[in-house]
Design a protein around this ligand. Structure first.
Ligand code: ZN
Length: 325
């Protein structure tokens, strides 16, 4: 859902549909989720360093896991930063990594569709799987209010997966990862507990900063091109929702008119793109809409340092503050 950004590792082009999303308060009604894959305690098969080998799916899972383990475990990432996770296709190296791992950490909520066959092919009966979204109630997909002819079904059967962008839910993910790691590698329990406590403290501080800052601009409505922020919007009472799907290549006058109408109808304050997206279409649309095009980071790509989460989220907060004024 990042138009024109990258051709991923398999050389496929991105799908040609953009999503224009603004947010409204969600009802909180989410589909219940079957969480059957709690981490179990596997027989340990140590990696070459003698440490527990943990494979994580994509950037936020790597960041949170690394924050919990520090140097106590070997942590790898399956989807390289800069590569799209939503439509990712696994490589033979991914299968190998899972085949030799003790633990797999995933976001869940249907995000990592590539995992199903990859885990099967890895044939690792000792693999402990941690679903970081256990005990998180998912929001259902936002329904489009403005569509173009070239509409495409956007599948999030298990609810919207972007829970890591809400600091409070991120804390729950860190707790889930911590507990799964302790179950799989009890020898490092004390380290995992100390590291996660430290990180959780930072997440709580971040949540306070978001609360204090965004309570000054209640119901601020914004538009994005990636359906990544419903949890953030709900947490801090930002406003929703108009989904406008726009063909990437050609924007008809009717498409532009639909977008303009939605922006007027919902009194949209801001228009957000993502880092690395360079789309002339978005720029010209922002001119048509008379809204500045700004950047929000969904953290699906970026630096692998656990502190990157705070850097990116604080930048997001600043952007929201400026845009919502
Ligand atoms: Zn996403």
């Amino acid at each position: 859902m990042f138009p024109n950004r990258v051709v991923n590792k398999t050389g496929r082009q991105r799908s040609g549909i953009l999503y224009l999303v603004a947010f409204l308060l969600l009802t909180g009604a989410g589909c219940s989720q079957a969480n059957t894959n709690q981490a179990t305690n596997p027989e340990q098969s140590p990696s070459q360093t003698g440490k527990t080998k943990v494979v994580t799916t994509f950037l936020p899972m790597y960041i949170f896991t690394k924050a919990v383990t520090g140097d106590a475990a070997d942590v790898e990432i399956l989807v390289p930063p800069g590569t799209e996770v939503h439509e990712y296709q696994a490589t033979p190296n991914n299968v190998k990594a899972i085949a030799t791992a003790n633990v797999l950490v995933k976001n869940g909520l249907g995000l990592e569709q590539f995992l199903e066959n990859t885990v099967k092919n890895a044939q690792n009966p000792k693999l402990a799987q941690i679903d970081a979204s256990i005990n998180i109630k998912p929001l259902n997909e936002i329904s489009p209010v403005e569509k173009t002819a070239k509409e495409q079904e956007h599948e999030h059967a298990e609810g919207n997966p972007h829970v890591w962008l809400d600091p409070v839910l991120a804390k729950q993910q860190v707790i889930n990862i911590r507990d799964g790691l302790i179950a799989a590698d009890p020898a490092n329990k004390a380290t995992y507990e100390a590291n996660s406590a430290n990180y959780i403290k930072q997440l709580e501080t971040l949540n306070n900063e978001f609360e204090q800052t965004l309570k000054k601009t209640p119901n601020c409505t914004f538009v994005t091109f990636h359906d990544a922020y419903p949890y953030l919007a709900q947490r801090y009472k930002l406003k929703q929702l108009a989904v406008v799907e726009i063909p990437e290549d050609q924007l008809t006058p009717a498409d532009v008119q639909n977008a303009v109408n939605a922006v007027k109808k919902y009194k949209v304050k801001a228009l957000f793109s993502e880092p690395g997206v360079d789309n002339k279409l978005l720029i010209s649309l922002s001119k048509d809409l008379n809204l500045t095009l700004r950047t929000l980071d969904s953290l699906e790509t970026g630096k692998t340092d656990p502190q990157y989460y705070f850097q990116a989220m604080k930048a997001n907060l600043q952007t929201l503050e400026t845009a919502c004024k």
